[in-house]
Design a protein around this ligand. Structure first.
Ligand code: NAD
Length: 498
């Protein structure tokens, strides 16, 4: 049987992708389009507007006009809160439709679209959370320092025009992590979704207008990174670039921001370790948690997946057995089938990249415990790779150092706590980490010792109010919570002799 998702596309009633500028949907300059093929079936599922530098100019100009006009940037707190809360409600009402659009875009299975990080509910929670900050944008009143009657006050003001650039893997949550604090702070936005997740984001944008966001406050340009993304990050009238994606593009954004000293927030990749001690509360649960994050759902195409398992020698074999059991239960196929648990890789380039890393792992002497192959037969039109586990991995080898972004787990043995922390930190990345132990003091020692933005002790979950971001080359700044909201404001000091 050949897989096909076209009937789902017809049921969902999606339309050709368009650009949104100043409240008007339209085609790209010259009618240029970009074709997206479904990752599980290879079918063409959509032609999206491929924005050029001219389209980006128009979108940035619209955002600037709306910002200067003040309809949103100077709107009363109550107005902004009402729109953001209404939007949270609309997202929840449209959750099933959006989950379907995501399966159409990036083939994240419906089963996984209910798991928090990839769910519409998480995005709605982020909007609710940031709606709560709007009337709490506080400044300070400071006493005179040098004597005399002198009043000094600070204000937080909206930063201006924000370019928000999204990856494809968790479009709902990542849209929310940028757009919610930017709008809560009073900024105007030009949004660029990934070319591999346009349908879902397009619908989210349509719903913002329904929630009452004034035209021109959020504009959307679709298309490729090289063309439309570059035009955005080099644009002289963009005040801030908020980006989630790969480290290479993150570095390019830092370079491009130098011209006008744009503010930059970066959420990049990772090579996150899970440190499993011999006193882990349950080795099978630890193994399932780690392997599940790397092979289920997004098939390892998740920034924070624990792709390096550092496992104490005394429980090494037990861990590997449990890991194999979990990975063998992963099912593939039509993302609309509720029994399917994992997605294919997003495109053919990524498929080739992942297979290249698997070959490199074998070449560098790691033991291939299971998987490592492209799935054939009924899956051959898609980009499916079987869940792959490598044991006896040297932490300095390529597969333990580079972000593979596929269903590949490297299992590295260790002997004691000191060695575990050293191995955990032996990476250029620093996004997430896990610690599995029953010893509370050790749990905190290791958590403090590992240089990563988020550490889960015996488990991990994303929370809308918790800061999330990277140490080292995993990023700059934090999303989630108060610090994310403040990153869309400028701090102004006003002083006056009395
Ligand atoms: P990517 O960097 O290829 O693309 C991300 C976005 O940047 C896309 O919209 C793309 O069109 C755009 N882009 C590409 N080149 C550009 C350029 N020169 N200028 C401006 N924009 C450009 O990443 P991806 O494949 O979509 O996503 C995978 C990466 O994202 C992984 O590295 C993953 O770890 C990371 N990620 C990080 C987080 C986090 O929160 N830290 C979350 C999800 C994904």
């Amino acid at each position: 049987m050949t897989l096909s998702v076209l009937s789902h596309r017809d049921e969902l009633g999606v339309r050709t992708g368009q650009l949104l500028v100043d409240g008007h949907w339209g085609a790209a300059d010259g009618g240029a389009t970009w074709t997206h093929r479904h990752p599980a079936t290879g079918e063409v599922i959509g032609e999206f507007a491929r924005a050029s530098a001219t389209d980006v100019d128009a979108a940035v100009a619209a955002a600037r006009r709306s910002f200067e006009a003040g309809t949103w940037s100077r709107a009363r707190a109550g107005e902004r809160i009402a729109v953001l809360q209404r939007y949270g409600r609309l997202l929840r009402e449209h959750a099933d439709e959006l989950r379907g659009l995501q399966a159409l875009d990036n083939s994240v299975p419906l089963s996984f679209g209910s798991i928090y990080a990839t769910s519409v509910g998480a995005a709605a929670d982020v909007f609710d959370h940031h709606a709560g900050w709007v009337d709490k944008i506080g400044g300070q009143t400071l006493p005179p320092y040098q004597g005399g009657d002198h009043l000094t006050m600070t204000f937080r003001e909206p930063l201006g025009v924000v370019a928000a650039i999204l990856p494809w893997n968790a479009p709902f949550l990542l849209f929310a992590q940028k757009v919610a604090p930017a709008l809560a702070a009073g900024c105007s936005v030009v949004l660029k979704p990934s070319e591999y997740a346009t349908y879902s984001v397009l619908r989210m944008v349509e719903l913002l207008a329904e929630a009452g966001l004034p035209a021109g406050v959020l504009n959307m340009v679709t298309g490729t990174g090289e063309e439309c993304g570059e035009a955005l990050i080099t644009h002289s009238d963009v005040d801030k670039v908020s980006f989630t994606g790969s480290r290479g593009v993150g570095k390019r954004i830092v370079e491009a921001s130098a011209g006008t000293l744009k503010r930059v927030s970066l959420e990049l990749g990772g090579k996150s370790p899970a440190v499993v001690f011999d006193d882990a509360p349950d080795v099978t649960i630890a193994a399932s948690t780690v392997v599940g994050a790397v092979t289920m759902g997004l098939s390892g195409q998740a920034c924070v997946a624990n792709t390096r398992a550092l496992v104490h020698r005394d429980i090494y074999d037990e861990f590997l057995e449990a890991a194999k059991g979990m990975a063998s239960a992963i099912t593939f196929g039509d993302p609309f089938d509720p029994g399917v648990l994992a997605s294919p890789l997003i495109n053919e380039q990524q498929l080739e990249r992942v297979l290249g890393y698997i070959a490199k792992g074998k070449e560098e002497g790691a033991t291939l415990v299971m998987g490592g192959e492209r799935l054939e037969g009924e899956y051959s039109a898609g980009n499916f790779v079987s869940p792959t586990i490598f044991a006896d991995v040297d932490n300095s080898s390529t597969i333990a150092q580079e972000e593979i972004f596929g269903p590949v787990l490297s299992v590295v043995p260790f002997g004691d706590e000191e060695e575990a922390i050293r191995l955990a930190n032996d990476t250029e990345y620093g996004l997430g980490a896990g610690v599995f132990t029953s010893d509370v003091q050790r749990a905190f020692r290791v958590s403090r010792g590992v240089r990563a933005g988020t550490v889960g002790i015996n488990g991990f979950q994303l929370e809308p109010h918790a800061p999330f971001g990277g140490f080292k080359q995993s990023g700059l700044g934090r999303e989630g919570g108060q610090s994310a909201f403040e990153a869309y404001t400028e701090l102004k000091t006003v002083m006056m002799p009395l």
